[in-house]
Design a protein around this ligand. Sequence first.
Ligand SMILES: CC(C)(COP(=O)(O)OP(=O)(O)OC[C@H]1O[C@@H](n2cnc3c(N)ncnc32)[C@H](O)[C@@H]1OP(=O)(O)O)[C@@H](O)C(=O)NCCC(=O)NCCS
Length: 127
Amino acid sequence: MPHYDSILCGAFAKGRRRGAAELRGDDQTGSTKTEAAFSVEPDWQNIGIGDALFERIIAIARKWGISSIELMCLRENRRMRHLAAKHNARLCIDQGVAKAVLHPNWSSPSSQAAEVVGEVRGFRLFI
Ligand SMILES: CC(C)(COP(=O)(O)OP(=O)(O)OC[C@H]1O[C@@H](n2cnc3c(N)ncnc32)[C@H](O)[C@@H]1OP(=O)(O)O)[C@@H](O)C(=O)NCCC(=O)NCCS
């Protein structure tokens, strides 16, 4: 990560932010482990915004040499679990909580391209 401990990525449509993803590390320890969280407005869910944000967070993580991304959600959150599995996360479920961990690869030309492409599936993503 650069010299801040959180990167926020927003998805915008019709002039407003409809979704966001946060990648949070710990700048104090210099660790390359991070946590991610995703949120999409209810009326804008299930049309691909979460998936696009997920791809963008992975591309950013690759660029910054991040070794792992961890995310937590409720066990019954099938949509989030599906997105995590789709992006090759390792999932484990402990009582009511699902924890997903993924290890982004190092930066590649395609991941760098993914980060600079500004418009995905009809909405714009910004960091
Ligand atoms: C979880 C969340 C971020 C996903 O964002 P989204 O924009 O709705 O997700 P997308 O439309 O990009 O993708 C949904 C995927 O789940 C699949 N899906 C939808 N309902 C599903 C279900 N009940 N079971 C399994 N998969 C399901 C869709 O088919 C789609 O898969 P695909 O990309 O392979 O086609 C969003 O629903 C949200 O903000 N939920 C509330 C907050 C939250 O739970 N945050 C997660 C905590 S980190």
